[in-house]
Design a protein around this ligand. Structure first.
Ligand SMILES: [Zn+2]
Length: 295
């Protein structure tokens, strides 16, 4: 049995998994607006699930792996500069294993999700941001600075004006992949090409029923996505790239991106598989629990 917690901007979710990865129980509470209530809510979720002595916790953003100190959290500002791991351990009375949520999701997919059977997996979360985690032989690759897999903050290669406008990124740079590939970027591209606003959800629906504007924008967008994936191909060369997040259901994504990445990659027909996630939004929670049983 293992317990995972996933700290989101709107809810704190927890789940208990039995041996074999079957989800046995789940608990969810809204994310509070202050740090003390936040810690208490995490404790309530853990208690409701009957957590044992160790809990894996998935969270967004940048934290110091050695100290458990959160460096900056723009969605939950009260988490900035706090010793999250230490405080959670105190309030919950359990050992806490913290991990980036994209890494947790990648781990879950690699172990028994869409990446099962592959030695090298890149899990990409394409939603309001662009996160990713790299898993080799069932282990998350962390790196010397915990930056491994942060492809969202590499500039888009082979850039053309028609790829969309380069806008400032939260990391301090301009032209990051995240700002040309994530959901808000797709909405900006639509506005630029069509001249009116359309959300990504609506765009997906429009494209599915053959709307010419939506199809034209997605046609351009899949080329941008393919360029972004070449960054992953040339740096990690994974056997499989697994996509989750709000954009993972765009019609045609899994056919169109591999058709285009050969234009930019060193191999004209890369062998890498490009597939949707098995666990989707549940992967972070599952991966958090795997931190306990798998590390
Ligand atoms: Zn950036």
């Amino acid at each position: 049995m293992s317990i995972g917690l996933d700290i989101g901007g709107t809810k704190i979710a927890g789940a208990r998994f039995a041996k074999g990865g079957i989800e046995e129980a789940r608990a969810e509470h809204p994310t509070p607006d202050n740090y003390q209530s936040f810690l208490q809510t995490c404790r309530i979720v853990a208690d409701e699930l009957g957590a044992g002595p160790q809990i894996g916790v998935a969270m967004r953003g940048v934290f110091n792996r050695e100290t458990g100190l959160v460096e900056k959290d723009s969605v939950l500002p009260y988490l900035s500069d706090v010793s999250l791991r230490e405080d959670l351990e105190k309030v919950l009375g359990r050992k806490i294993i913290l991990e980036n949520d994209a890494n947790c999701a990648a781990l879950a997919e690699a172990i028994d999700g869409a990446g099962a059977g592959y030695k090298t997996c890149l899990g990409v979360i394409a939603g309001t941001g662009l996160g990713s985690g790299f898993v080799v032989n069932g282990e998350v690759l962390i790196g010397a600075n915990s930056f491994c897999g942060e492809i969202g903050h590499i500039p888009l290669p082979y850039y053309e004006d028609s790829d969309g406008d380069k806008v400032p990124c939260g990391c301090g740079q301009v032209g990051c992949l995240e700002k040309l590939v994530a959901g808000p970027a797709l909405a900006r591209l639509y506005k630029k090409m069509v001249g009116r606003n359309c959300g990504t959800h609506q765009m997906a629906e429009d494209a599915a029923r053959g709307d010419a504007d939506a199809l034209r924008v997605l046609d351009r967008y899949y080329t941008v996505f393919a360029k972004a994936m070449v960054v992953a191909l040339h740096s990690f060369d994974p056997e499989v790239i697994i996509v989750s997040g709000g954009l993972s259901g765009l019609p045609g994504l899994y056919e169109e991106v591999p058709k285009r990445w050969g234009r930019y990659a060193m191999a004209k027909q890369p062998k890498t598989k490009f597939v949707p996630a098995r666990y989707g939004p549940k992967a972070g929670l599952r991966g958090a629990a795997l931190l306990v049983t798998h590390l």
